[in-house]
Design a protein around this ligand. Structure first.
Ligand code: HEM
Length: 501
């Protein structure tokens, strides 16, 4: 009995010794950083799911801002770097992209274990990423986006009618849910040529499958993630499976149907689907590759944009001055004599663009960006060289940078006018690396222009037709949900809407 106990205690001690011996990594190399604690390093609240990961990183950011351009910290037993200065963030994401061309999540996936998400550019590495990205980039030309707008307009009509129909019920609107209905219908229509019926059906299948596709809070997903974060070497023998089997099957079928119907119908439209069909012929793509392209657009397209729309409507509802000013501009500048949105004006409208960027400054959909060092490089840290080894991860805490008072006066205030031309406009903040809602460099969001198009259109349609105010059901101050990888708010965003006669 005692022999066993001593053996177990010795093994536990050896494990503890091995695990914590890495905690000297940065000290030995002369880089500042917070003291890690066994077993979760510097992000205990995230591991224990007490609060979102972003807030643990924000604590580190607040402690070291103004002191150093980057620090070393630990996620469980893994040493990582946290970019503090926007210059370092830009160096990693843009200037030295060839030394940081992958993100660490891509290590977790592969095409065998997860044939759908494993083919998403976000989950690809090196040459394979480059090829896949180059393959889909031409799908997002201005002409193709323009040709999709009539489909977006159809869904705008359904969105508006749905709100009108629900108003007499006198209940607050879960703005995130209805924005997700809107984007699900838009992306389904644009990619799969399918009407997802999110506004009419009780449990619309595409919406339900979409929900499962981005369920980052499922126990299955979280267990895999925690184990791999604590013991990253398991990556070599075990790969993440992110897309449930029934969901993969559903989308493969949907894509096959879309292709068959389009090919039979002889419809000639310069849209995403026709681009994919051309690609299929040219490169002899397998059905699974086609489905993966479709699902990439679907997954990355509906949830991110629906959150952007929901946050924009929340901020507009919360600020009557902005709401009235914006509605006046919509009616005077953005609508034609037939009551339709003027597409070109919508894309370049200054105040709308300021509202969009100010919303995503406060509520970036991804609060942290990641790059993995793919080729060793040395950076200067306050006059001292620090060698970043191959494999080391660098996180860019964009949530914290976006709220830093050194870059933004009254940073927690919603003030779209801070991006007025006399302050240099949105572009100036982007160039300085203090505003990056879509990331930056060669891995910048692939669907940025599509996202801008569908989000701006939705906000115009709702604000021109409805008076908005925030319902007390919304828990304020807003807090990001504990378990989420994207910026989803705890308790939801609830609005009251009144039709404008
Ligand atoms: C408001 C909506 C959206 C936001 C805020 C957003 C934001 C982002 C961000 C921050 C990244 C990571 C960039 C980086 O690591 O530097 C990203 C990557 C990506 N996004 Fe988006 N996104 C949005 C909508 C979309 C849409 C509509 C699509 C597809 C149609 C899309 C497709 C992608 C893809 C494929 C990547 C991976 C790019 C790569 O690694 O090469 N996104 N997005």
């Amino acid at each position: 009995m005692w022999t066993y106990l001593i053996l177990i205690a010795s093994l536990l001690y050896l494990f503890y010794y091995w695990y914590t011996s890495k905690y000297d990594y940065f000290k030995q190399r002369g880089l500042l950083g917070p003291k890690p604690r066994f077993p979760f390093g510097n992000v205990p609240n995230a591991f224990l799911q007490k609060r979102n990961f972003i807030y643990d990183l924000d604590d580190i950011y607040q402690e070291y801002r103004k002191k150093v351009p980057f620090v070393g910290y630990f996620e469980a037993g893994t040493p990582k770097l946290l970019a503090i200065s926007p210059e370092i963030a830009k160096d990693v994401m843009v200037k030295y992209f060839s030394n940081f061309h992958d993100n660490e999540f891509s290590k977790l996936f592969d095409k065998e274990a997860d044939p759908i998400f494993g083919r998403n550019p976000f989950a690809l590495r090196g040459q394979e990423w480059k090829e896949k990205r180059a393959e889909v980039t031409p799908a997002f030309t201005s002409t193709r986006l323009r040709s999709l707008f009539p489909l977006v307009e159809e869904v705008l009509e359904r969105f508006k009618n749905y709100v009108h129909k629900e108003i007499p019920k006198n209940e607050p609107f879960d703005i995130r849910e209805i924005s997700a209905k809107f984007t699900t219908d838009v992306v389904s229509s644009c990619i799969f040529n399918a009407d997802a019926q999110s506004f009419t059906k009780e449990k619309p299948e595409i919406r339900e499958m979409g929900r499962k596709l981005v369920d980052f809070t499922s126990t299955f997903f979280l267990i895999q993630f925690i184990i791999l974060s604590m013991f990253p070497w398991i990556n070599n023998i075990y790969k993440f499976s992110f897309t449930p089997k029934d969901v993969s099957k559903f989308f493969i079928n949907l894509m096959e149907q879309a292709v068959t119907i389009r090919e039979k119908s002889n419809i000639k439209r310069d849209d995403y689907l026709s681009y994919l069909i051309e690609l299929k012929k040219k490169k002899n793509l397998a059905n699974i590759d086609m489905a993966a392209h479709g699902v990439t657009f679907f997954t990355d397209g509906f949830e991110t944009s629906s959150l952007a729309i929901a946050y924009m409507l929340y901020e507009i509802a919360n600020d009557k001055r902005v709401q009235e000013k914006f509605r006046k501009q919509i009616n005077e500048e953005l609508i034609d004599e037939n009551g339709k949105i003027i597409y070109e004006k919508m894309l370049e409208h200054e105040y709308l663009d300021q509202i969009f960027h100010e919303t995503l400054r406060l509520h970036p959909i991804l609060g942290v960006y990641n790059r993995e060092c793919t080729e060793e490089i040395t950076f200067d840290c306050n006059g001292r060289d620090f060698k970043i080894e191959k494999g080391m991860s660098v996180n860019v805490p964009i949530y914290s940078i976006h709220r830093d008072p050194d870059y933004y006066v009254n940073p927690t205030e919603f003030a779209p006018e801070r991006f007025d031309a006399e302050n240099g406009g949105v572009k100036e903040f982007r160039n300085r690396g203090v505003l990056m809602p879509f990331g930056d460099g060669s891995r910048i969001c692939l669907g940025m222009r599509f996202a801008l198009m569908q989000s701006k259109a939705a906000v115009i349609e709702i604000v021109r037709n409805f008076e908005l105010s925030v319902n007390d059901k919304t828990q304020r101050p807003l807090e990001i949900e504990r378990k989420q990888f994207i910026n989803v708010v705890e308790g939801g965003l609830w609005l009251d809407m009144k039709a404008i006669k």
